[in-house]
Design a protein. Structure first.
Length: 276
């Protein structure tokens, strides 16, 4: 025979269990409704853009954006190909095409997002017009960014290229070097650190920002015309099987919005420009 006290205690236990089950079930459903998107990115401005602008907007769409930062130009593509991350955000289309060619990969650019003007910055020397014979200029050593640096040096009349449209020029492609410039070829991420040891350096926009430099500080920058944006805009990149993924398409929508244009202007001024 069940006593009244035992019955009440049992009923209370059942009610508590039911309430906990309901809470657990609701939490599980909310969790299952949230999708995760993992993106590899350079620290600045790419990771900053993702965490400070895109993350909250994607959360409103039920997408939890996770950002993995990398300081080099190789690993982000490797982890994208392997599936460790869903996409990456750090490179322009020419770098991507060259990477695919050199590594036998098939990564694809989903959308052009922004453009960072490459600039020439002062090191031990301060005046490009008074360039000394034998001056040292540091440049990135990867094919596409080195070619980009040489195009900028040619734009400023410091050298002449055999082919003025060669996007992958190297020192061997220089037709005329009247000041006998010595080119110091280093990894793109290390160019800014070389600045104190050379006369000038040609620095990628993202690494210039990380080093505390701005377009306004540069002695010369690329002309942000249609060709420069077309060739050197930074893309969201992923694998062919993921290019139509709704999570990646949602990220692209956020990063090609009018709100994003406003954010770039307020946050980076002329250092980072929209490419859409």
């Amino acid at each position: 025979m069940i006593s009244r006290r035992t019955f009440i205690a049992s009923a209370a236990a059942l009610i508590t269990t039911g309430a906990l089950s309901a809470c657990s079930g609701g939490s599980s459903k909310a969790s299952s409704d949230t999708k995760t998107l993992t993106v590899a990115a350079s620290p600045s401005p790419h990771a900053e853009i993702l965490t400070k602008f895109a993350k909250d907007k994607l959360a409103q769409k039920g997408i939890d954006l996770k950002v993995k930062e990398y300081t080099d130009y190789i690993i982000p593509n490797q982890v994208t190909s392997s599936g460790e991350v869903d996409a990456n955000y750090f490179q322009h289309i020419n770098y991507l095409n060259n990477y695919n060619k050199q590594n036998g990969t098939d990564l694809v650019g989903v959308a052009a997002i922004h453009y960072e003007p490459m600039g020439i910055y002062a090191g031990k020397s301060k005046d490009l017009k008074a360039l000394a014979d034998g001056a040292q200029i540091a440049v990135p050593n990867d094919p596409t960014n080195e070619g980009r640096a040489f195009l900028l040096l040619a734009q400023e009349g410091l050298i002449t290229l055999k082919d003025p449209n060669n996007l992958e020029a190297t020192p061997g492609d220089v037709a005329d070097n009247p000041h006998n410039i010595k080119f110091v070829e280093v990894e793109a991420a290390a160019v800014a650190r070389q600045l104190q040891d050379v006369d000038f350096a040609v620095i990628n926009g993202n690494y210039a920002i990380e080093a505390g430099f701005h377009v306004a500080n540069a002695l010369a920058t690329e002309k942000p015309d249609g060709k420069a944006v077309e060739q050197y805009a930074n893309y969201i990149v992923t694998t062919p099987s993921h290019k139509d993924d709704e999570r990646i398409q949602a990220l692209v929508a956020v990063l090609t919005s009018d709100d994003f244009k406003t954010y770039l202007s307020k946050t980076y001024d002329k250092d980072v420009l929209p490419a859409f």
